[in-house]
Design a protein around this ligand. Structure first.
Ligand code: HEM
Length: 642
C-alpha cells in the first residue's frame, strides 16, 4: 500500500508538471483503479470481522485505507477539474468522471454518501457531461441513481438507473443484472410491475414473489418473501427499500376494498377487517388509522378520514356528478366547475362576451408563450385570431403559390407571423391515437378493400372517436370578464373567477356514450351520434374554439389514410396494453411508449420496420391500467384487478 502511495504522489507531481497536456490520463485512471482495489484488500485484512486481523495485530483501523485512498483520488480530481485553461481537446477535465466513479465506489463501501454531492454537482455542471466515455457515464448514472434511491428521490433515481440499464450493452448481462437489482424495486414502488420472463432472464426471481405480494396487497406474503430471500436483499443493500414497499402493499389492499364497496366512502371497520385478513390478526383500529393517515399524507390515497363517522372519504368529481355545478378552490382562487350542458353552452357560446378569456397560464409577461393566441385577451386576441384564421383559410393557395414547399422562403415571413397558431396545435396533433384504437379492436388495421377517401365518413368517425377517448385537453377553461348570473338560476360568478368545463367527463359519460371506454366509431353514424355538440369538446366550442380544428382533422385523416393505404398496422408485442393514460402538460401525453409496426403493402423500402417511441426498458415492466373511475386513487399506480 505504501509503495502504491509513493507512486501516486510522484504521479500527481508529474500530472501538475505537464500543465497543458492530458496524455497521462489513461495511466491515472489505471492507478486509481489499482489504488481502490488495493485499499479494499487492505481493509478486508484489517476489518475486525476478519479474525486474521487480530492474529496479525494490524495497526490500520477499519476503513482507514479506503478513506486514505479516497483522499489521494480527491487530490487527482481537483487537479483535473481545475484545468480550465487548455482547449477541450487537451484538458485534463476528461479525467474527472473516471476518478469520480472510483470515488463513488469507495464512498458506497465506507458509507459516506454525503460526500458524493459536490462531485455530482461538478459533473452535472460540466460541459463535458454528455461527452464522457459512455461506459463511464453508465457507471456514474448507476451510482447517482442508487444514491437518489437512498435519499427517497425516486424520480431522479428512476431517470438515472433507467439510463444506465438502457445504455448498458446487452452483452453485459452481469452489469444489467446489477442495475436491475435496484431498478426493479424502484419501479414497483412507482407502480410498474416486472414480468416473470425478464426476472428469469436476469436471474432475479427473488423479486418476483415480492412484486406479486405488492400487487395483491398481501402484506403477510410480502414479509414472507422478504424473509425468505433476506440474505440476498441485505447483501445487495435493498432490504430497507423493499420494506418501503409495505406502504404500497397496504395501498393496493385498500384499493381492493374500495373497489369491492363501489362507493367513495369506505367504513374504517372494513379496512381493518381486510388488514386483519392479510396482515396480523390482532391489528388494532389505531394501527389501521395510522396506516391510512400515512397513505393520505404520502399522497397515495386521495381523501380524508372522518373520525366522527369512522369512514374514509375520497375526493373526486363524481361525488358531485348529480349536481349541475360545484365550486372548488384552486389555492385561494374560487373556481366553478360546470356539470350541466346548458350552463356550458352559456359560457362557451350564448354569453361568450362574459367569458371571453382563457385564464392566464403564462406568468412571465415577457415570455414568447405569452403571445400565443390562447393567452391573448380583448382586441389583441380578436385581431390576432382574425389574421391566423385568414392564414389557415388561404393556406392551400399559399402552399400552391409557393410550389408546395411549406417552409419555402416565399412564405417564410408569413409563417413566422403565424407560427404561434401552429405552435399551439402541432403538439396536440402529434398525439393522434386513433391508429392504436383501431388496431386494438381488430388486431390489425388495414383498409378494407377500398381506397382511402379523405372525405369519407368512416375515416372521420375513427378520428372523432379517438379524440373522444384520448382528449389531449381534457378540460376547458374560461375566466369571467364581468359579474354574471346564470339565467334561470341564482348561481353568480364574479369578474376574474375561473370556470372549468370537464370536457372529458362529458365525453366519457355513459349517458351520452354507452360503454364509454370502448372504441366504437359506429356511434358517429348520422342516426347514432349524440344530440348535443357539447358532449364532444376536444377542440373546445364557440368563438374561442381551436383555430386549427379543421386543419388537424384533415391532417389526422391524411396520416391515417397514408398509413392504411401503404401498410397493415399492428401493435408491436413490445407495447404494454392498454395503451396508457394521458398525463397533462401543456398538452396531454401518453404516459408510456407505444410501439407499432407496419408491414408495407406495396412499398418495399421497409420504411416502417418498427418504430420505437420509447425506452427499451419498458418492455420489462407491465403497467396495470386503472379501472378506478371514481378517482380516489392516483392513476399512476399499479392496480390489482385484471
Ligand atoms: C389534434 C389537434 C388539436 C387539438 C386537440 C386542439 C385543441 C385545442 C383546444 C381544446 C383549444 C382550446 C379551445 C377552447 O378553449 O375552447 C385550442 C385552442 C387553440 N388551438 Fe388547437 N388543437 C389542435 C390543433 C391545433 C392546430 C393544428 C392549430 C393551428 C393550426 C391550433 C391552433 C389553436 C389556437 C390558435 C387556439 C387558441 C384559440 C383562441 O384562444 O382563440 N390547434 N386547441
Amino acid at each position: 500500500m505504501s509503495e502504491h502511495n509513493t507512486v501516486m504522489q510522484n504521479f500527481i507531481k508529474a500530472l501538475q508538471y505537464y500543465k497543458e497536456e492530458n496524455w497521462l490520463l489513461p495511466v491515472l485512471n489505471s492507478l486509481c483503479i489499482d489504488l481502490r482495489i488495493l485499499a479494499g484488500q487492505v481493509d478486508a485484512y484489517s476489518s475486525p470481522s476478519d479474525s486474521s486481523a487480530h492474529k496479525t495485530n494490524s495497526t490500520i483501523k477499519p476503513r482507514e485505507a479506503l478513506e486514505k485512498a479516497a483522499d489521494v483520488m480527491m487530490t487527482c480530481f481537483r487537479i483535473c477539474s481545475s484545468d480550465n485553461r487548455s482547449s477541450e481537446y487537451e484538458t485534463k477535465r476528461w479525467g474527472m468522471l473516471p476518478i469520480v466513479n472510483q470515488l463513488f465506489k469507495l464512498y458506497f463501501r465506507t458509507n459516506r454518501l454525503h460526500l458524493m454531492k459536490p462531485l455530482i454537482r461538478a459533473i452535472d455542471s460540466s460541459p463535458l457531461k454528455d461527452k464522457f466515455d459512455l461506459s463511464q457515464q453508465i457507471t456514474y448514472r448507476y451510482y447517482v441513481g442508487r444514491k437518489a434511491m437512498f435519499d427517497s428521490e425516486y424520480a431522479l433515481a428512476n431517470e438515472n438507473l433507467t439510463f444506465a440499464f438502457v445504455r448498458c450493452h446487452k452483452a453485459c448481462t452481469r452489469n444489467k443484472r446489477m442495475i436491475l437489482i435496484y431498478l426493479v424495486p424502484l419501479r414497483i414502488f412507482l407502480g410498474y410491475l416486472p414480468t416473470k420472463t425478464a426476472l428469469e432472464k436476469y436471474d432475479l426471481l427473488q423479486l418476483w414473489e415480492v412484486s406479486q405480494a405488492v400487487r395483491h396487497g398481501d402484506a403477510k406474503k410480502l414479509s414472507e418473501a422478504i424473509e425468505t430471500h433476506q440474505e440476498f436483499f441485505i447483501k445487495n443493500g435493498i432490504y430497507l427499500i423493499l420494506e418501503r414497499l409495505r406502504i404500497v402493499t397496504y395501498r393496493n389492499l385498500f384499493k381492493k376494498v374500495y373497489l369491492l364497496e363501489k362507493q367513495p366512502v369506505v367504513p374504517l371497520q372494513d379496512l381493518l377487517a381486510a388488514l386483519r385478513l392479510v396482515d396480523r390478526e390482532d391489528t388494532t383500529l389505531e394501527e389501521a388509522n395510522c396506516i391510512l393517515a400515512n397513505l393520505i399524507h404520502q399522497g397515495k390515497i386521495k381523501g380524508y378520514i372522518s373520525h366522527s363517522h369512522q369512514k374514509v372519504h375520497g375526493y373526486h368529481f363524481r361525488k358531485h356528478k348529480d349536481k349541475k355545478y360545484f365550486g372548488v378552490y384552486e389555492y385561494h382562487r374560487p373556481t366553478l366547475v360546470l356539470n350541466d350542458l346548458d350552463l356550458v353552452e352559456h359560457v362557451l357560446v350564448k354569453d361568450f362576451s362574459s367569458f371571453a378569456n382563457h385564464p392566464r397560464w403564462v406568468i412571465d409577461e415577457s415570455s414568447y408563450l405569452n403571445q400565443m393566441t390562447l393567452n391573448l385577451r380583448g382586441n389583441l386576441w380578436r385581431a390576432t385570431r382574425h389574421v391566423e384564421y385568414q392564414f389557415l383559410e388561404h393556406f392551400p393557395k399559399l402552399a400552391a403559390w409557393s410550389g408546395m414547399s411549406l417552409f419555402s422562403k416565399k412564405i417564410d415571413k408569413t409563417m413566422r407571423e403565424t407560427s404561434r397558431a401552429l405552435l399551439s396545435g402541432c403538439g396536440a396533433t402529434s398525439e393522434f391515437r386513433s391508429l392504436i384504437e383501431g388496431i386494438k379492436s381488430d388486431g390489425v388495421l388495414r383498409m378494407k378493400g377500398k381506397d382511402f377517401d379523405i372525405n369519407g365518413n368512416e375515416e372521420a368517425d375513427h378520428v372523432f372517436e379517438s379524440m373522444r377517448i384520448h382528449s389531449v385537453k381534457p378540460f376547458l377553461f374560461r375566466e369571467a370578464t364581468r359579474d354574471y348570473t346564470f339565467p334561470g338560476t341564482d348561481l353568480k360568478i364574479k369578474t376574474g373567477e375561473k370556470v372549468v368545463i370537464p370536457a372529458i367527463s362529458f365525453q366519457m359519460d355513459p349517458q351520452h356514450y354507452p360503454e364509454p371506454e370502448k372504441f366504437k366509431p359506429e356511434r358517429w353514424s348520422e342516426d347514432a351520434r349524440p344530440k348535443s355538440k357539447f358532449t364532444w369538446l376536444p377542440f373546445g366550442e364557440g368563438p374561442r374554439q381551436c383555430l386549427g380544428m379543421r386543419f388537424s382533422i384533415m391532417e389526422m385523416k391524411l396520416v391515417l389514410g397514408k398509413l392504411l393505404t401503404e401498410f397493415e398496422m399492428t401493435i408491436s408485442p413490445r407495447t404494454a396494453m392498454p395503451a396508457g393514460h394521458v398525463t397533462l402538460g401543456i398538452v396531454g401525453r401518453l404516459d408510456r411508449p407505444v410501439y407499432d409496426q407496419g408491414v408495407p403493402k406495396h412499398n418495399t423500402k421497409g420504411l416502417f420496420q418498427e418504430r420505437e417511441c420509447g425506452l427499451e426498458v419498458n418492455k420489462f415492466f407491465r403497467r396495470r391500467s386503472s379501472h378506478d373511475t371514481l378517482g380516489l386513487f392516483d392513476e399512476s399506480w399499479a392496480v390489482l384487478d385484471e
